[in-house]
Design a protein around this ligand. Structure first.
Ligand code: NAD
Length: 504
């Protein structure tokens, strides 16, 4: 177990144009494993501070854009060294602030490091554009990507280190400048990340930090000085950001949102692998990953055995102190999350499901809830089978044919992550083609991203601009450049160049 070292709460500050502002105590971030524990106090950015941060990013943009892409990338190499130096401290802060187990927090810091290393490597790679042919032999033509300008980065609490880096990394590499608003639940991790950017030598104004609730996020979204909003969070907020942005000229929004993911366990599945994949998908991070599975769709011939083994394993999982690596997972993030999960458990009962494991709240000072597992026939009207719960709440749903399993999988408005457990390549191919998702896993849990793959979903899960490796496309726009090496003008499509009726 990591020693619960003495902890000094963070004094939250905004970073605007390279200047750390005086700290203020407008809101408090607390330890969800023990709500008496204060992680830090933070300022809620005012409208004037939001405006100043956007103006600072805009002022820093021309010089940063003109800096060599390779030199910009090298700042990420310095950042990588700092993240390596700070891995343990960052993981510990994250465990205290968002309640994820220390082993998961460490893995998240490593994921953030991988993103930074990926961005550094991309600096000398060829995604910058492409050379294309021209109809006219004397012409060279190429496509070159240019940065949009100012990128607002608005992120959720559940991946407070890696997700901001998925967005800040590509944005800054490509020459944009950024205003970052971390989740108010994980403001301390957000601030520590930006302190490392400053230490790595990113010039003043290239990265700005605003703290605060959704009100601050919305003021940032409404600011016409922002060219691109990179958002990750719930569907409701992502949809609102897209609606507001629709009335702002030339606004790009990349929105990665919620999920109602599933594991499909086929009749030919390796049984133990299928049980473990279900457990990891449903309960890792206490079910609070966007890719967590709250539905396990099991072939009817296996259901009885699967339900027994799955419930038995879930019962033995240890939910407890996040700093203890022997625990499987920690608490929910806050009291509202506890109320929400318990209300979905109650709704499942009202809908008449068969409860196999009754997840009640446990402990008095933290936000701990035990797994809730139930059997339910497929039911397109059911809210609990369609809506994102974001907690240890999972349905076991039987199916008879592969066609029926795909229908059950698709019977939700989300489409983020799917896992299929099968030994048959034909089945795998069927589900690959028939299900709606952004990420599919075969003989694996529905969780487990790597930064060099695009991360995103369809339907209510995403608007087609995946994060991590996918984000370079969003934070740049393509320009087409055509250069004539001839001594006179020749046009494509046979367009005449004759002027004043004279010969061409
Ligand atoms: P949330 O939507 O409540 O908040 C996300 C961020 O948006 C926070 O920084 C919040 O302050 C800000 N915000 C809130 N209202 C706003 C507004 N009106 N305008 C602008 N910004 C506003 O999400 P959360 O509870 O922090 O995170 C959980 C959600 O995130 C889940 O739905 C989960 O599935 C999703 N998520 C998605 C992905 C993905 O890649 N698809 C990854 C992680 C989490």
């Amino acid at each position: 177990m990591t020693s619960p070292t003495a902890y000094t709460p963070v004094a939250g500050r905004l970073l605007i144009g390279g200047e750390w502002q005086a700290s203020r105590d407008d809101f408090t971030s607390r330890n969800p494993a023990n709500l008496d524990g204060v992680i830090g106090t933070f300022p809620q950015a005012t409208a004037a501070e939001v405006q100043a941060a956007v103006a600072a990013a805009r002022a820093a943009f021309p010089a940063w854009r003109r800096t060599s892409r390779i030199i910009r990338a090298e700042a990420f190499d310095r950042l990588a060294q700092l993240i390596k130096r700070e891995t343990d401290a960052l993981a510990e802060l994250m465990a205290r602030e968002c309640g994820k187990n220390i082993t998961e927090c460490r893995a998240e810091v490593v994921e953030g490091l991988h993103m930074v290393q990926y961005v550094f490597g991309k600096g000398r790679d060829g995604v910058y554009g492409e050379v294309v042919a021209s109809e006219i032999a004397e012409k060279d033509a190429y496509v070159r990507r240019k940065p949009w300008g100012v990128v607002a980065v608005i992120t959720p609490w559940n991946f407070p280190f890696a997700v901001p880096l998925w967005m800040l990394g590509p944005s800054l590499l490509e020459g944009n400048t950024c205003v970052f608003k971390p989740s108010e639940e994980t403001a301390a991790v957000g601030q520590r990340l930006i302190e490392l950017f400053v230490e790595a030598g990113f010039p003043p104004g290239t990265v700005n930090l605003l703290h605060g609730s959704g009100t601050v996020g919305e003021a940032l979204v409404r600011n016409p000085g922002v060219n691109v909003v990179c958002f990750t969070g719930s569907y409701a907020v992502g949809q609102r950001i897209q609606e507001i942005s629709a009335s702002i000229p030339n606004r790009i929004v990349a929105a990665e949102m919620g999920g109602k993911n599933a594991v499909i366990v086929c009749e030919d599945a390796r049984f133990d692998l299928a049980v473990n994949a279900g457990i990891l998908s449903a309960f890792k991070t206490t079910g609070q990953r966007c890719v967590s599975a709250s539905r396990i769709i099991v072939h009817e011939s296996l259901m009885e055995r699967y339900a027994t083994a799955f419930t038995d394993k879930a019962q033995r999982l240890r939910f407890g102190e996040p700093l203890d690596p022997k625990n499987f997972a920690g608490p929910l993030v806050n009291r509202q999350a506890v109320e929400k999960v318990l209300s979905y458990n109650a709704l499942a009962r009202q809908e008449g499901v068969k409860v196999l494991l009754d997840g009640t709240e446990c402990g008095t000072k933290g936000c701990f809830v035990q797994p809730f597992i139930y059997l339910s026939e497929a039911n397109p009207q059911s809210r609990v089978l369609r809506e994102e719960v974001f907690g240890p709440h999972v349905a076991l749903i039987p199916f008879r044919t592969d066609e029926e399993a795909a229908q059950i999988y698709n019977a939700t408005e989300y489409g983020l992550s799917m896992a299929v457990i099968t030994e048959s390549y034909r089945r795998m191919r069927f589900f690959r083609d028939e299900c709606d998702y952004g990420m599919a896993y075969v003989n694996l849990p529905s969780i487990g991203a790597e930064v060099h793959l695009p991360f995103g979903g369809v339907k209510k899960s995403g608007n087609g601009h995946p994060s991590a490796a996918g984000l370079i496309d969003v934070v740049t726009h393509k320009t087409a450049i055509t250069i004539n090496h001839g001594t006179d003008i020749k046009m494509a499509q046979g367009l005449t160049t004759a002027i004043d009726g004279g010969p061409a």
